[in-house]
Design a protein around this ligand. Sequence first.
Ligand code: PGA
Length: 222
Amino acid sequence: MKKLLIIANWKSYKGEKEIEEWFGTIREYSNLFTDASSLSVVICPSFPYLALVKQQIERASLPFLVGAQTVSSFDEGKYTGEVSAKQLHELVSYVLIGHSERIEHFGETKEALAEKVRLANQYGVQTIYCAPSNEVTVPEAVNVIAYEPPTSISPGPADTPENAAHIASQLQTTHPKSDIIYGGSVTPDNVHDFTCLPEISGVLVGRASLDAKEFGTLITNA
Ligand code: PGA
């Protein structure tokens, strides 16, 4: 059986109280996470809550990992407001790079994304690179590629499993060392349509990860 990677992208939602409540509820699903060989769950909160999420995971003895939603394209230095890969590597196992919302709202360039990947690799943070299609250049050294068409992000509609499988197999050909996952309006109802595909190793989940019950059901159905 393949190991599924399930990434929760909380975007700029959730503060301290909501995070504590979320963990209070997800604990009820602990039995889903006993087989660490078949499932890897990564929670990506906003920067101020990385440490809290790490603490909550430890407190509940959940086999989850923590991820960041972005990283600076600069190394440590005089870059006010930025969070460097060197700082992040103490807190996270993964980082999302190139999410379409960052490209749309913050104008991140191809060159900056390549620098982010280089720095994350340098500091040992695993990269999840978001690719809107198979027509973009994805740096070679990425650990995971999340195929996520921007038009499929909720409210969607999600891509068809057939097309996702087709794009995933093309990305796999050009990046044989990376795992390919799918993102965009993944829900408890459609998750298995993607995770059952041999080309797809997991899912990137935004909206459906915000409610712990919904996320627990999504994992049950995956
Ligand atoms: P969505 O978001 O699951 O709400 O579509 C996914 C994402 O943007 O990473």
